[in-house]
Design a protein around this ligand. Structure first.
Ligand code: 9MR
Length: 381
């Protein structure tokens, strides 16, 4: 029997120009179909940024077809961030986020929420430093945060998994980052605890996630230790956080991850994950991609190395029954954040996602599919 998703996929595929190489992936079960076999969802980020830019994947019909074909859950790449959604203290801009939420709803796809607070001063809008916080600054921060959370959750009730807090831990020393809000509220914990508690009240059925980019490569140990301390603190204070979002920007070459391509420390990473699940947290892969900055130029060799690393990583992650949904941070090399930063020495375009810039499936897609086929069933509470 042909499912609705498969017939949509076939229709989409026959419309797509330059789709010759895709027939195998098209006929095969989608990545979401495969994820569902072990009780999970597969999905991707999508962006409604300025037309013609890397962050405008949603404006690209071929990208949307790919989302329909492969995904059961979507996440906004940037549209729910304060700097997009709330450019001034008293002005919300919902348009771009609405477009993506509407697309997901029309197609019966799930939606993750990224993010209620990106706890990193770099990503706070400028007004948060110049705002008049009045005589009782802590109360004013609380008002702004609660107003924000209420407004977003009221509008996007379909979101069933929230990155309540993103990237609060400084990888340099494992401490909690200081932000314009934490300074005025008496510390980062006060802001985070408030956000989690309000999110639970407003969205009692949603999974509440702490999301960060500590990774399995060498050099992330301090970051991991800081995240464990944060998660322990949540438990000690009874903060309603359900899961750790493991962003999973693996590979090599990010600004604070200038290590070689494959420096994975599997044993260390397992110990970290064991501690996380031992505290009762679930796991989510929220932003998967494989950075190929330091790999050779040769495309087949590069793609094979990316796929092999991905397979090892996903096999490890999917051996945990606590491991839930898997989302890529972009499905096509045409629209990935890695394309315009930390350029390769040879300046070649990067290949960190499952489909190339012409929307042909790559070995990375097959690696994800194979890992999903072999996944340990998810244990739902
Ligand atoms: O992919 C996103 C890019 O378009 C934005 O310019 C950037 C800053 O908002 O954020 C990128 O997404 C990040 C995500 O929100 C949090 N984890 C790291 C992601 C890659 O930087």
């Amino acid at each position: 029997m042909i499912t609705r998703r498969q017939s949509l996929a076939l229709a989409a595929g026959s419309l797509a120009a330059g789709w010759a190489g895709a027939s195998a992936a098209q006929a095969a079960p989608s990545l979401h179909d495969l994820a569902q076999r072990s009780g999970r969802r597969f999905g991707s980020a999508v962006g409604a940024g300025a037309p013609g830019t890397l962050t405008a994947s949603f404006d690209n019909a071929r990208y949307r077809q790919l989302l329909e074909r492969e995904c059961g859950v979507l996440v906004h790449e940037n549209e729910l961030k304060w700097y997009v959604l709330r450019p001034e203290a008293d002005r919300f801009v919902f348009g771009p986020a609405d477009r993506i939420a509407g697309f997901a709803a029309e197609r019966g796809m799930g939606l993750r929420g990224h993010t209620l607070i990106w706890h990193h001063p770099q990503w706070f809008p400028a007004w948060t430093t110049t705002h008049d916080y009045g005589a009782r600054p802590a109360a004013e921060v609380e008002r702004l945060v609660l107003e924000h959370i209420d407004a977003i959750i009221d509008r996007y009730g379909a979101i069933d998994s929230w990155d309540v807090i993103n990237e609060a831990v400084d990888p340099a020393d494992g401490s909690l980052r200081v932000t314009p809000f934490s300074q005025r509220m008496g510390g980062p914990e006060a802001v985070m605890d408030l956000a989690f508690r309000r999110a639970r009240e407003k969205a009692p059925g949603a999974q509440l996630v702490y999301n960060d980019y500590m990774s399995w490569e060498a050099g992330h140990e301090t970051h991991q230790a800081g995240v464990l301390r944060l998660l322990e603190g949540f438990r000690a204070r009874g903060v309603p956080c359900d899961a750790l979002g493991v962003q999973s920007h693996i590979g090599s070459g990010n600004a604070d991850d200038s290590v070689g391509f494959d420096t994975a420390r599997d044993d260390n990473w397992r110990r970290f994950l064991d501690e996380v699940v031992g505290m009762g947290y679930d796991l989510v892969i929220t932003e998967f991609d494989v950075h190929d900055r330091n790999l050779p130029a040769d495309v087949p060799a590069r793609d094979a190395a990316v796929a092999a690393l991905a397979r090892r990583y996903l096999d490890l992650m999917l051996s945990y029954p606590q491991m839930g949904d898997i989302l890529c941070w972009g499905l096509s090399d045409q629209h990935t954040w890695l394309q315009d930063r930390w350029l390769r020495d040879d300046r070649l375009p990067k290949r960190p996602t499952p489909y190339d810039a012409d929307y042909r499936p790559k070995p990375l897609r097959e690696a994800i599919a194979a890992a999903l086929r072999d996944a340990t069933p998810r244990r739902t509470a």
